[in-house]
Design a protein around this ligand. Sequence first.
Ligand SMILES: [Zn+2]
Length: 84
Amino acid sequence: MTDISCQTGVELLMEYLEGMVPDEVRSTLESHVAGCPKCVAFIASYQATPRILRDATAAAMPPELQRSLLAFLNARRGDRPQEE
Ligand SMILES: [Zn+2]
């Protein structure tokens, strides 16, 4: 993968933030984020808001619940793309 748009980037960012993307995708994603305020804002909001939930995830969260959480975050991002 050599080209990342914000649309695919957001999906990748989810995996990136969970440490689930391969190194070559990671570097491509990071280079996109470096020049993309929207993706930077997304990462900031992701890291700030669901920290408690992410801690719970780290402890023990079923895969289906993780997917629900990511779907929630994705919907939230689309609903209020607001920066602080
Ligand atoms: Zn972007």
